[in-house]
Design a protein around this ligand. Sequence first.
Ligand SMILES: NC(=O)C1=CN([C@@H]2O[C@H](COP(=O)(O)OP(=O)(O)OC[C@H]3O[C@@H](n4cnc5c(N)ncnc54)[C@H](O)[C@@H]3O)[C@@H](O)[C@H]2O)C=CC1
Ligand SMILES: CC(C)CC(=O)C(=O)O
Ligand SMILES: [Mg+2]
Length: 358
Amino acid sequence: MSEVKKIAVLAGDGIGPEVVAEAEKVLKRTEELFGYKFETAHGLFGGIAIDEKGTPLPEETLELCKGADAVLLGAVGGPKWDNNPKELRPETGLLGIRKALGLFSNIRPATVFDCLKEASTLKPEVLEGTDLIVVRELTGGIYFGDKFRREGVQGQEAVDTCVYNVTEIDRIVRQAFDIARTRRRKLASVDKANVLETSRLWREVVNGIAPEYPDVEVEHVLVDNCAMQLLRRPSSFDVIVTENMFGDILSDEAAMLTGSIGMLSSASLGEGSFGLYEPVHGSAPDIAGQGISNPIATILSVALMFRLTFGYEDAAASIEEAVKNVLDAGHRTGDIAVDKNSAIGTTVMGDLIVAAMK
Ligand SMILES: NC(=O)C1=CN([C@@H]2O[C@H](COP(=O)(O)OP(=O)(O)OC[C@H]3O[C@@H](n4cnc5c(N)ncnc54)[C@H](O)[C@@H]3O)[C@@H](O)[C@H]2O)C=CC1
Ligand SMILES: CC(C)CC(=O)C(=O)O
Ligand SMILES: [Mg+2]
């Protein structure tokens, strides 16, 4: 009898609850197939928490997460809360939970399924062999720096500050080197060291650590060039390590190599095995409530949870194989369908994946 794993489930806003519901079906099927036991508990988070509790990250939600072995998150945000003051924005809750749980590392794999090359805007031959991971620093940089408004000589000014210290850079870069060692041993460190002081420090830290990993080939790539090379030679990247905002942007770009942002899973990790797992996409208000969102990113995030937090490699592989088989059989949600008329909905896709698990 395996130990019961506690999972805090934060469905959030927009399509969050739709995609999380499908991921929960996968949890249930995993119990039946593999005998693992999960205890799920739902918490309010994001816009819905603002509406019901007056804050995007209620204390009880944070406690729920701290008491869990892992967190499964949908997405937060939406136009309803966009003009709220900062402390009443869903995104503030998202940054807050990452910081409060010490999740400094965001791992975003972009693996191209052969049968989805048709869904990409890139030519199949450019995509051939593309399998990369963006390792994004998650609790520092410009998203977390001081932000304020002030009166300048030419009217109101807005200020965002970007700060990184050596410790923050060191720990994420080491993690990226370690990940590269388990793969093709290539690390692209992405920065803007020709302009930004934080990037110059970033590069110094990478160069300081590199001799400890002589088996890993390191290249420094400026972020603007990286954005271009991701489309020009995506298969040449193995592990990309970069700061918070660059990683946020580049991983959305990398999503299009896979066909859709609806395909990209992520793991947010700290020092231990605890992790928060969420799709890379947001709450997609433009399609929320229509039952057409792609649940695969969230379902693949459960596979990452099994592998990275619980060590359930068999169940992780079962999910990934099921997703591959369902896609190979030609089933597509609208975002990855070439023929939009044949697209299936969120729950049908979830059910097909659950049925394909073995
Ligand atoms: N982790 C989180 O909770 C995140 C939250 N957000 C928030 O989400 C809200 C919407 O942001 P957007 O910039 O529109 O980004 P988004 O990722 O929600 O959507 C971008 C586009 O991709 C589509 N899309 C996203 N996920 C999809 C899925 N699973 N299946 C099919 N299509 C999908 C959407 O329909 C939209 O056209 C904002 O409030 C933003 O702050 C954005 C990114 C991450
Ligand atoms: C609040 C934002 C930083 C959310 C986002 O776009 C992300 O984490 O990918
Ligand atoms: Mg993002």
